[in-house]
Design a protein around this ligand. Structure first.
Ligand code: EPU
Length: 332
């Protein structure tokens, strides 16, 4: 049995029957040819967006494919190929250092580059799908396939790689296109307000501001186990919003291109009075109600019990079912 404690930021003390890592596409293919990749298996990244409900009775795979390589450069932009095992924030720091624009709002997101392309990570008005051009993969049979960004089927925190039938496809490299021309995305939340302290934005300053905002709201998994936002922000019709506005005129929302709206689940959970509340060893974070935390020694079932209680409250008050963003693993 292999301990997964250091492989999940929720800090749940669970085990897998087997654990395998590989550092190259060649090594992965060799493992497959040797028959070492047996079912059931689960491919993880940094373990920052998953919750183990119990021990995993199967094989856990993890990529250690490293490397950031420039593959094309023009006057306007640079295209890079990044290994799935690269720490996401190391990649962001590298782009900022090179003065390449685009990923700075995604500073300090935990996890690895491979998972960023599976999950379509996003924060502060930027989603990674807008920077990805291609995703290189190997499936469990050892076949390679490159997905163009359009083939990845990206939407809010979703991609084809999250669909059940594609859980057998492993991301090996992600290609990003970054801008060499100065541009920023500053219209989310308090970014502009925070920037007022500086004479003019630079990439390094924007990165610093984003890191400050994140650190003020989101708990550090090294200090208190968590997986960032536990729930997705639900997407509802404009009619539903208008009904809610009659009772809650101050309800925050973001308009989407198709006319529907996204309502912050954190606001609704907060309105239900859950912020800072505990249930056994699990709690709703006291600075951001969308985040559930492990107060120490929690089992997956403790976090799930809290999540169920929170979902029920939100449904009773707002008539909206909120769904986990975190991937709950309860099989194997
Ligand atoms: N709000 C409250 N109370 C709370 C939390 C939020 O009233 O306890 C309100 C805020 O005042 C604000 C609104 O809800 O009006 C949105 O809050 P915030 O800007 O903190 O963002 P979020 O919608 O709660 C999303 C992402 C985060 C990302 C932030 C910033 C999801 C599921 N979460 O959270 O992503 O960092 O926006 O862009 O989309 C993650 O995915 O793990 C994650 C942390």
């Amino acid at each position: 049995m292999y301990s997964l404690l250091s492989h999940n930021t929720f800090g749940i003390d669970v085990k897998a029957t087997r654990f395998l890592e590989y550092a190259s596409v060649g090594e992965l293919k060799q493992l497959i040819v040797q028959g070492a990749v047996t079912t059931p298996f689960l491919h993880i990244g940094g373990g920052s967006n998953l919750l183990f409900a119990k021990d995993y009775d199967g094989l856990v795979l993890h990529s250690r494919i490293e490397g950031i390589e420039v593959i094309e450069e023009t006057e306007q932009s640079v295209s890079v190929r990044v290994g799935a095992g690269v720490i996401w924030d190391d990649f962001v720091a590298w782009c900022v250092k090179n003065e390449w624009y685009g990923v700075e709002n995604l500073s300090l997101i935990p996890g690895e580059v491979g998972a960023s392309a599976v999950q379509n990570i996003g924060a502060y008005g930027v989603e990674v799908k807008d920077l990805i051009t291609e995703v290189e993969t190997v499936n469990f049979k050892g076949q390679e396939r490159v997905y163009s960004v359009d083939e990845c089927g990206y939407s809010y925190r979703n991609s084809v790689f999250k669909h059940t039938e594609n859980k057998t496809v492993f991301v090996t490299y992600v290609h990003f296109r970054l801008s060499k021309k100065e541009y920023y995305t500053l219209d989310y939340g308090t970014i502009l307000q925070e920037l007022e302290k500086y004479s003019k934005p630079t990439l390094a300053i924007v990165r610093k501001v984003i890191i400050n905002i994140r650190e003020s709201k989101l708990p550090d998994p090294k200090v208190m186990g968590n997986a960032g936002s536990f729930f997705m922000n639900p997407i509802v019709s404009r009619e539903k919003l208008e009904v809610l506005q009659q009772e809650y005129p101050q309800i925050p929302y973001y308009e989407l291109n198709d006319g529907s709206v996204k309502i912050p689940a954190g606001w609704m959970i907060d309105q239900c009075g859950w912020k800072g509340k505990t249930l056994g060893p699990a709690a709703v974070h006291d600075k951001q109600a969308l985040v559930l935390v492990n107060r120490g020694g929690a089992k997956g079932s403790d976090i799930i019990a809290l999540s169920d209680a929170v979902r029920t409250s939100v449904f009773q008050k707002f008539g909206i079912d909120i769904n986990p963003e975190v991937y709950i693993i309860d099989n194997g």
